[in-house]
Design a binder for this molecule. Structure first.
Ligand code: 5AD
Ligand code: SF4
Length: 438
């Protein structure tokens, strides 16, 4: 029997889909990339913006058409839209077999069996109490060949940013015991993983008893064989001095941080409920560069939040240039049901949001190009994770998270190099990556 999983959304969802495949494998389902070949097809959905929700619903619609030709195929609607919409998805998408929220994936095989027994469709949503067993650790099969892995440290969020649906679809904040995280990291390193990304909706507010997020990083730094630690995503409000200094002090903590700023206007930040000012954000960025020269800082931005004026928006453009972000993920504001800002008028018209998005891209592209060009002629340590764009090339990421494609000088076989750390001299900066030679 075969299972197909289609994933939308953030790294949390990508990680969850990995766990879904493992759970289904243990129940006798082989993963497949071809929905036409699947006995169970799972859509792991994202609800962060209406467009994301729509994509997942359309994907499930396509699977329903496939199901007409594949008798016995089961369709499971999973993830954040499942949590958001619940049983109403059965009305929207007649013919799907089950709806399951992010806290229930351990129950998937049972749910699928129940749906197969001809019972009425089932919806499983709501949140667990965050006990140690409520975090799904990786259970990699014998074929694990990745050099990088995610490890969940916390789930849920209680920050209640005005625009954000995450508290509704991922529930209250629950933190995993520190010892369990370190144990999972040890297991993964034992299986050849060299780089771990710690995951949480607000990862740097992590606590375990009296141990802080920085304590967790230090504990992981002691795992022998682990070369690199990253984390995503931190909230600026929880960027304390100890964490900032850790970037200069903890050898495995990489010189890159993704830290969502959302807006460069204090008025907008205030209405978003972000609890920091533009000045504080700039101070954090400067302190990070003080602590760790060369660190690259990337961010998320929303354009067209209710009441965002042209002046507010221009402040955001100025912030991009001031902080010199190495990457900016920018999004048009999308009102989400039940969020605090959904009661505000969505008063920036779509064409104006598009114009602002284009302006962000233009400024960002120029800043990014300057940053990438500054690496030409320098050496970067690359963790190889596969083949490059051109045959014979290898590809991987530098500690600062830049993608680097490079040619081996004495052409060793690619199989030998995955997971290896290679010193690469950068020869060229391209629009989305660097090129170099080992
Ligand atoms: N509309 C647009 N973008 C949003 N984001 C979160 N909620 C919304 C929304 N309602 C963006 C934020 C966040 C990223 C993951 O998605 O920038 O950091
Ligand atoms: Fe999308 Fe947020 Fe769910 Fe991630 S946690 S999949 S970003 S809604």
């Amino acid at each position: 029997m075969k299972v197909f999983v289609q994933t939308f959304g953030c790294q949390m969802n990508v990680h969850d889909s990995g766990r879904i495949r493992e759970i289904m494998r243990q129940a006798g389902y082989e993963p497949t990339d071809d929905p036409g070949d699947a006995d169970v097809a799972i859509v792991n959905s994202c609800s962060i913006r209406e467009k994301a929700r729509h994509k997942a619903i359309s994907a499930a619609g396509r699977l329903r058409q496939l199901k007409r030709r594949r008798t016995g195929m089961k369709i499971v609607f999973a993830g954040c839209v499942a949590e958001q919409d619940g049983a109403s998805l059965f009305d929207l998408l007649p013919g799907i077999d089950a709806v399951i929220g992010p806290d229930h994936y351990a129950a998937l095989p049972g749910l699928v069996a129940q749906a197969g027994a001809g019972g009425s469709p089932v919806a499983t949503i709501g949140f667990d109490n965050g006990g140690p067993d409520n975090f799904l650790a990786a259970t990699p099969g014998p074929d694990l060949s990745d050099a990088t892995a995610f490890v969940t440290v916390m789930k849920g969020c209680e920050e209640r940013c005005a625009y954000c649906i995450v508290p509704q679809v991922r529930g209250p904040e629950r933190h995993r015991p520190l010892a369990d995280i370190v144990e999972e990291a040890r297991m993964l390193v034992g299986r050849g993983v060299r780089e771990i990304t710690l995951l949480g909706q607000k990862v740097n507010s992590y606590r375990s008893g009296d141990r802080s997020f920085t304590d967790l990083i230090e504990a992981l730094d002691g795992v022998s064989g682990l070369s690199r630690i990253r984390f995503t995503s931190p909230h600026p409000r929880h960027m304390d001095d100890r964490l900032i200094r850790a970037f200069g002090r903890v050898g495995t903590l990489c010189e890159a941080i993704h830290i969502p700023v959302q807006s460069g206007s204090n008025g907008v930040l205030k209405r978003m409920g972000r609890a920091y000012t533009v000045e504080r954000f700039v101070e954090i960025a400067d302190a990070l560069r003080d602590s760790c020269p060369g660190i690259l800082i990337s961010t998320d931005l929303i354009v067209g939040f209710p009441g965002e004026t042209v002046t507010d928006f221009e402040d955001t453009l100025r912030l991009i240039e001031r902080v010199r972000f190495s990457g900016v993920f920018s999004f048009k504001y999308s009102p989400r049901p039940g969020t605090p800002s959904s009661s505000l008028a969505d008063d920036v018209v779509s064409a104006e949001k598009a114009r602002r998005l284009a302006a962000v891209h233009e400024v960002t592209t120029a800043v990014e190009r300057g940053i990438r060009e500054s690496f030409v002629g320098k050496a970067l340590e690359v963790l190889v994770d596969g083949e490059g764009r051109i045959p014979g090339q290898l590809s991987g990421r530098a500690r600062n998270n830049q993608i680097v494609n490079f040619a081996m000088v004495n052409g060793s076989a690619k199989g030998e190099t995955r997971g290896r750390l290679v010193q690469v001299e950068v020869t060229q900066a391209l629009p989305h990556c660097l090129e170099g030679r080992a």
